[in-house]
Design a protein around this ligand. Structure first.
Ligand SMILES: C[S@@+](CC[C@H](N)C(=O)[O-])C[C@H]1O[C@@H](n2cnc3c(N)ncnc32)[C@H](O)[C@@H]1O
Length: 309
C-alpha cells in the first residue's frame, strides 16, 4: 500500500471516529438498546485462564474494553490512531489510577506503535487484543497487522483479534449476501469468462440478475456520520473470512489457533423488528463461542492464537 493511500485512509478513519470518543462506550457498551458486550466477557475469561500479567489493546478506542478488564495483577496498556479516543481512554483509565503513559497514539500498521510507552514490559506482552480495527485495514495489510501483534507478544503470549464475520452474509439475505455470493463464492468475473457463446453469456447475466432478486440489497441501511465526518459505512469497514484469517495466523507462526464466535442472531437481522424482545432474548441464549452455527449466525468472531513459547 502506498504511503499516500495509507495516509488518506487513516485520515478518513480518524475523522470518522473523531466524534465518537465520549459517546462510544455509552452507545455500544452501556446503552440498553445496544447488544451486551459479550466479547469483553470472552476476553476476560481468556485473560483469567492465562493469568496474564500484561495486556496491550491495539486500537483501544476510549478504553471501551480496557476499562472493564481491571483484573488483579494485570497491567493494562493501549493505543489508538484517533486522538479523541486516546484522550478519552486516558481520562477513563486515569480515574482508575492508571498513568497517562499507559495509552498513546499510534497505528497498528506501524510496528513502532506497539511499544511506544516508556514502561511497556521489556520481554513483550503476555496478551494482546485488537478489536474493531481489522475492518479498517486493507486486505493487503492484514498480514502486517498480524505480524506486529505477534512481535509485541512475549514467547508463549496470547493474541485475540476480532473481525466482522464475512460468512454471516450466508444468513443475512441482504447486501452482504449478494457480495458474498457474487464476489467470493461464485466469483462471477471468472465464471463469465467460461461462457462460450453470446447466448451463454446472456443466460448467465440473467441468472445473476435473478440471484440478486433473492436478496434485500437495500439492507442494511448505510450508517452515516453524526455531523460532517464520514460514517462507519463510508470508510473502509471490511468483513473477514474466519478460515482465511486462521490460515494467515498460522502462516505468521502462531500456534493453537482457534476462532470464537459472538453476537449471534436468532433470525436474519432484517426480521428483528417483527419481535425485538424475543429476537434479543433468543440471540443472547445462543451465545456460545464454540457453536459451529457461529460461522453463519454470528456477526463477529475472535481469532485466538498463541506465539510459540
Ligand atoms: C470500532 S472502534 C473499537 C474500539 C475498541 N477496540 C472496542 O472494541 O471497543 C475502532 C477503533 O479502532 C481505531 N483504529 C482504526 N484504525 C486503526 C489503526 N490503523 N491503528 C490503530 N487504531 C485504529 C479507531 O480509532 C477506533 O478507536
Amino acid at each position: 500500500m502506498s504511503k499516500t493511500a495509507r495516509s488518506n485512509l487513516e485520515a478518513a478513519i480518524r475523522r470518522c471516529y473523531s466524534t465518537w470518543g465520549e459517546r462510544y462506550y455509552d452507545d455500544y457498551y452501556a446503552s440498553d438498546s445496544a447488544y451486551p458486550p459479550i466479547h469483553t466477557d470472552i476476553v476476560r475469561d481468556l485473560l483469567q485462564k492465562e493469568a496474564a500479567g500484561s495486556l496491550l489493546d491495539a486500537g483501544c478506542g476510549p478504553a471501551s474494553m480496557l476499562r472493564d478488564l481491571a483484573l488483579p495483577g494485570l497491567e493494562r496498556y493501549g493505543f489508538d490512531m484517533t486522538p479523541e479516543m486516546v484522550d478519552e481512554a486516558r481520562r477513563v483509565l486515569g480515574d482508575q489510577g492508571l498513568p497517562p503513559e499507559r495509552v498513546w497514539q499510534g497505528s497498528v500498521l506501524d510496528a513502532a506503535a506497539f511499544a511506544a510507552s516508556s514502561d511497556t514490559p521489556a520481554g513483550g506482552f503476555d496478551a494482546a487484543i485488537c478489536f474493531g480495527v481489522l475492518p479498517h485495514i486493507p486486505t493487503e495489510a492484514d498480514a502486517e497487522v498480524i505480524a506486529h501483534l505477534r512481535d509485541a507478544l512475549a514467547p508463549g503470549g496470547m493474541v485475540a483479534v476480532e473481525a466482522r464475520n464475512e460468512l454471516f452474509g450466508l444468513f443475512t439475505l441482504n447486501r452482504y449476501s449478494r457480495e458474498l455470493f457474487r464476489d467470493r463464492l461464485i466469483r462471477e468475473e471468472a465464471l463469465i469468462e467460461t461462457a462460450k457463446t453470446p447466448s451463454e453469456r446472456e443466460a448467465l447475466r440473467a441468472a445473476l440478475e435473478s440471484l440478486d432478486a433473492r436478496f434485500r440489497t437495500d439492507l442494511p441501511p448505510l450508517r452515516g456520520g453524526y455531523a460532517d465526518e464520514p460514517g462507519y459505512d463510508e470508510v473502509l469497514s471490511r468483513t473477514h473470512n474466519p478460515f482465511e484469517l486462521r490460515a494467515q495466523a498460522e502462516a505468521a507462526g502462531f500456534e493453537d489457533v482457534r476462532t470464537l464466535f459472538y453476537h449471534y442472531h436468532a433470525l436474519p437481522p432484517m426480521l428483528e423488528a417483527e419481535s425485538p424482545a424475543l429476537f434479543r432474548r433468543a440471540s443472547l441464549a445462543m451465545e456460545d463461542p464454540e457453536d459451529w452455527r457461529g460461522h453463519f449466525m454470528a456477526s463477529a468472531f475472535i481469532l485466538v492464537a498463541r506465539k510459540p513459547g
